[in-house]
Every structure is written in C-alpha cells, then in structure tokens.
Design a protein around this ligand. Structure first.
Ligand SMILES: Cc1ncc(COP(=O)(O)O)c(C=O)c1O
Length: 380
C-alpha cells in the first residue's frame, strides 16, 4: 500500500504531519516533555481532577465489580454503577434522564445519527466539534452550516426550511478551539419560534460553568438534548446525553454507538461518580473559583498584549492565533524552551490560516504560572 507513504509524505510537505508525545503518567500542572518538566497549558483537566486522590479511590473501589463490563449494556454489561451515574448526571444537569456512552465522541455520534434522518434538516455551527459533524453525516439528514455564533445565519436557514420533516439546531456551548460560546438564549428562542429542536454539546462547560452544571444551566436554557463528557473537567472518561426519558430510551434502542459497543468499565464509572460528587460540592466551588481567577488573569494579560480573540475570555480555553502552521509549531517549540507547553493546533482541526496555540487553563495553575506564560507570549 505505497499510497500510505505518499499520503504521509504529502502531510509532511505541508507541515501538517502529526506525531504522538509520550508520557509516563497523566499530566497535571506540569508535564514531562523530552525528559524535562514544563508547565502544562494543554490539557482539558480544567479542575485538576484527573490526578485527584478521590477519583483514584473511586476507581479502585469500583474494581471490586470487575475490570471489564463484559458486553454492551443491552447484553450483560449493565451494572448498578452505570445506572447510578446516569441518575446522578441527569439530576446534575436538571434534566429528566441521561444515557452514558463510551466517550463524548460516541455520544454525539449516537445522538445525531439517531435523532435525524434523510427527511430532516440539521443546522450546525461552522465550528462545531468533529463528533457532531460525523453524527450528522451518519444521520443522512441535510446539513446546513451556520456562520459561527450567528443567530441571523441560523434564522435564515430556518426560514428556508419548510420542506423538511423536522429541524434541529446543534451547537457546542464552548467551542473547543476558540473558547467562545453561542447566544444560547437566542438559539432557544429561535428554535421555539420555528418549532425546531435545540441540541447543545456541553463538553467544555460541564464542571466549569453554571455551578458546574454547564452554560445552559447558567443561562436557564433547557435544550432538547444535551451532550457532555467525563474526560475533561470530570477528570475521568466517557460521554453522555441528557434530556427527556423518551430521548434516552430511543438512544438505548437506536443509537448504534451505544447498542453495538462494550459498556464503560467499573473503574471509569467509579472515578466518574467520585468526580461528580466533587464537582457538585464545596470543593468543586473552590476549584471553579481558582480556575476563574486564572481565567481573569489571562484574559487581562492577553487583552493588554492585543491578543485576546473576540468572544474568548469567559472559558478556560484561549486561542493564541498565529496563522501559519510552521510559525505556530516554531512558537510552540520556543515556549517549550521557556518551560511552557501550549499545543500547536493546525488544519484540519482549525481553518487554514488560523493555526494557533490552544491555551487551556486549569484550577491547578498558580498566579505565577500564568504570569510566566504571559511574559513569554509578550516576546512573540
Ligand atoms: C466539543 C466537544 N465535543 C465532544 C468531544 C468528544 O469528547 P471525548 O473526548 O469524550 O470523546 C470533544 C473533545 O474532544 C469536544 O471538544
């Protein structure tokens, strides 16, 4: 299969070839790269829970139920732990029910592909996550891409949509590479006006915003379906969809990424349950306050440098846009030599000409860490 080598060479010639960095343990405030410890500004470990002892204890206790779940939930894989976590996730999001999936990617894939079909229209924000895009493709629905965070664009797509059986509007609540958010209140109102359904992916907001329950909860918006993940602020692994009882029962019957995939194993569920307890309690509030302080510090610092991107600054994700992929990788390497790791993000993850460093803050960061980062970025 020589075409594979050609493909890799093509990527290399475009400076888009990716490779893996290898670590001995899950990174926390610091990460080991090339044998040295540097500050880690690249994880989605927003509350620092991935390395929290309570999650390790939760995982260890759950191991008493076995190492693997043995099959799909519909065969022999359904454990008390799955049902307990689903009930708690639903209550946490102030929704009726929740359905766990193997990952956030599988949750979006299952949700979109199962809700819509060839008679339907899905209006999807231009910067929605790949898992949403793939779910829409699998559904065979017509997809119209709305301009990023533009209510006018969503409205114009809804206005021209009479021929469709059902209309769905889908958006991330925090965009993973830009850190900005859509006008969810406006989207809910538009969906109500046109009889469309609103689907919101809270992957980067769950745990962080709305006292942890996400941006919808913060704004008092009730989506028709909400997806989320346990691998980011929750520090564990897995994904879920929350909404009505009918919704999760349809997913149980028809979402192929649920039906035809082995259930999450006990240790992951135990860690997820421990994380949910922390996120919902007073420790979670303290961690969010620590994260918010760092967000405010970086927002002010980038603003001063003239590098705060429009819409960014309210979440833990800050894009530092460079443009050219080679210059972005060079900047990433220069920061590494200053003891700072901010992952370079290039096409196809972001649009051509918008290569960037994706800076992700965590409650683990200290004031002096963000000050060091700003000092280093000031020299660019
Ligand atoms: C917005 C968004 N949705 C879904 C996912 C997928 O979640 P997971 O990593 O749990 O598969 C991600 C992240 O990777 C994401 O950024």
């Amino acid at each position: 299969m020589t075409f594979l080598r050609e493909e890799l060479e093509q990527l290399e010639s475009e400076h888009l070839l990716r490779s893996l960095r290898r670590h001995h343990e899950c990174p926390g405030r610091e990460i080991e790269i090339g044998g040295i410890q540097v500050l880690n500004f690249s994880s989605n470990n927003y509350l620092g829970l991935a390395g929290h002892q309570a999650l390790a204890n939760g995982a260890q206790l759950a191991l008493a139920a076995g190492a693997g779940s043995t099959a799909s939930r519909l065969v022999t894989g359904n454990l008390d732990l799955h049902e307990e976590l689903e009930e708690k996730l639903a209550a946490f999001h102030h929704l009726s029910a929740a359905r766990l999936f193997g990952s956030g990617y599988q949750a979006n894939l299952g949700l979109l592909s199962c809700l819509a079909n060839a008679d339907d229209l899905v209006i999807s924000d231009a910067l929605n996550h790949a898992s949403i895009i793939d779910g829409i493709r699998l559904s065979k629905a017509t997809c119209r891409v709305s301009e990023h965070c533009s209510l006018d664009s969503v409205r114009s797509h809804l206005e021209g949509s009479e021929g469709f059986r059902r209309r769905f509007v889908v958006t991330d609540s925090i965009f993973s590479m830009d850190g900005d958010s859509p006008d969810l209140v406006g989207l809910r109102a538009l969906c109500d006006e046109f009889g469309a359904f609103l689907i919101v992916d809270e992957a980067h907001a769950s745990g962080c915003l709305g006292a942890g329950a996400g941006l919808c909860a913060e704004l008092g918006v009730v989506p028709d379906a909400l997806s989320g993940g346990l691998g980011k602020a929750f520090g564990s692994y897995g994904g879920y969809v929350a909404g009505s009882t009918d919704l999760v029962n349809v997913l149980l019957n028809r979402a192929r990424s649920f039906v035809f995939s082995t259930a999450l194993p006990p240790a992951v569920l135990g860690a997820g349950l421990a994380a949910l307890e922390i996120v919902s309690g007073s420790v979670g509030s303290k961690l969010r306050a620590a994260l918010d302080a760092r967000i405010a510090q970086l927002r002010a610092g980038l603003q001063e440098l003239g590098k705060l991107e429009p819409g960014a600054g309210e979440s833990a994700i800050f894009p530092f846009v460079v443009g050219d992929p080679v210059a972005t990788v060079d900047l990433c390497e220069r920061l590494l030599s200053d003891g700072l790791f901010c992952q370079a993000i290039r096409p196809p993850t972001v649009a051509v000409g918008t290569s960037r460093l994706r800076i992700a803050l965590s409650a683990l960061h200290r004031e002096e860490d963000v000050a060091r980062l700003l000092e280093s970025l000031a020299g660019t």
